[in-house]
Design a protein around this ligand. Structure first.
Ligand code: ADP
Ligand code: MG
Length: 366
């Protein structure tokens, strides 16, 4: 099911505080059957967006479409969505089976496959769905347990199974991995990807963790202060950030940001001409990803770095240092074959790629 948001705006107002523009004029088209990661720092409007799609929040402006139908005025229970929260929200006194079955018990309009009549599920039909869904998320052997007898990862699988039981048109996941430890988080995110592939259900996955979003999403939507910054395949956003915010938000270790100045079309770093051909004048921020440094004297763009320390991290070496005659801290990652250079105090690095941003607006200039 394709999901489209048109000029969606949510403002929270209260008597005491200034109104909060949680989401501003958001336009987004989420293709049917894809997994989309909604990504941004805490408070940027991710959950608010998700809850508007779910029908739990009413937008102040804008419309929400599932396929061709406008669902903006339709209550959550009739939208055909499955919702999974960070804290699982399982019923503690119910068994796993009862938890997954619960939403099915309230269905009154199941279309009988033989007669076409609308009716409730029979007990046997519910049992079959529960088993099939539990098997999909790999918990069919845990159906008789209570939530407190499960690990965090297993509880989150139960929550996902419960959300999938009614065969939702859209699956919405709000930071579903945040309560899991690092190992389980990795495992469960791969599991979510697999489940999404197997079911083909259009899925919107909210997270503040860029690595999580990048690793499983077909598309990512990067948000800041309620405003969509960039929408694209994860690698494309990483390789081509539209602005300084996006460049800084993606990547671990983070991108290096160095102050520069453009005068008469020439970009100066460390007081030396670094690049040319600019229409812009004035202060800029130059972004260089740690892996875009190399030891290659032939490259046209060079930078002298005073190395403070060197970490050997298996396959790679990580240099930490400062740009010569500057306080800009840098992190540089090169292949460990270049370890001999690690002994030198000042290393001249060739720069394979860099981005240039307007220092005032953050807009990408190059
Ligand atoms: P995220 O999920 O990206 O962390 P949210 O969508 O929860 O962000 O919140 C976006 C902004 O809206 C924040 O500034 C938050 O404080 C505010 N906000 C969220 N929910 C409410 C609410 N029910 N009442 C008032 N302000 C809210
Ligand atoms: Mg949130």
């Amino acid at each position: 099911m394709e999901v489209r948001l048109k000029q969606l705006t949510k403002i929270f107002t209260s008597k005491k505080a200034e109104p909060v523009y949680a989401v501003k004029e958001m336009d987004l088209a989420i293709p049917s059957g894809k997994l989309v990661g909604l990504l941004g720092p805490s408070g940027c409007g991710k959950s608010t967006t998700l809850y508007m799609i779910a029908g739990l929040h009413r937008p102040n402006e804008g419309r929400i479409f599932f396929g061709d139908s406008d669902v903006t005025d339709i209550p959550p229970e009739n939208r055909g969505i499955g919702l999974v929260f960070q804290n699982y929200a399982l019923y503690p006194h119910f068994s796993v089976r009862q938890n997954i079955m619960f939403p099915l018990e309230n269905v009154k309009d199941y279309e009988d496959p033989k007669t076409g009549e609308r009716r409730k599920y029979t007990k046997a039909e519910m049992e079959a769905i529960v088993f099939k869904t539990a098997k999909l998320v790999d918990i069919e052997m845990l159906l008789d347990r209570k939530p407190k007898q499960l690990s965090g990862g297993q509880q989150q699988r139960v929550a996902i199974a419960r959300a999938l039981a009614k065969s939702p048109r859209v699956l919405l996941l709000d930071e579903p991995l945040s309560n899991l430890d690092a190992r389980l988080r990795l495992q469960t995110r791969e599991e979510i990807k697999r489940i999404q592939r197997e079911t083909g259900v259009t899925t919107i996955f909210v997270t503040h963790d860029q690595e999580e979003a990048m690793s499983i999403s077909d598309f990512i939507v990067v948000m800041d202060h309620g405003v969509v910054q960039q929408v694209d395949e994860p690698q494309k956003v990483y390789d081509n950030p539209v602005n300084l915010f996006v460049a800084k938000f993606l990547g671990s270790p983070a991108i290096n940001i160095v102050d520069g100045e453009i005068k008469a079309g020439v970009l100066y770093l460390q007081g030396k001409a670094f690049d040319q051909g600019y229409a812009h004048e004035g202060s800029v921020k130059v972004g260089i990803r740690p892996e875009h440094f190399t030891i290659d004297k032939k490259l046209p763009h060079q930078m002298d770095v005073s190395v403070s320390f060197v970490e050997h991290i298996g396959r790679d070496i990580s240099f930490v240092g400062k740009m010569k005659d500057s306080t800009n801290n840098l992190r540089i990652i090169v292949s460990s074959e270049l370890r001999d250079y690690a002994k030198e105090e000042t290393v001249s690095f060739g720069i394979k790629r860099f981005f240039v941003f307007d220092a005032a607006t953050g807009a990408r200039l190059k």
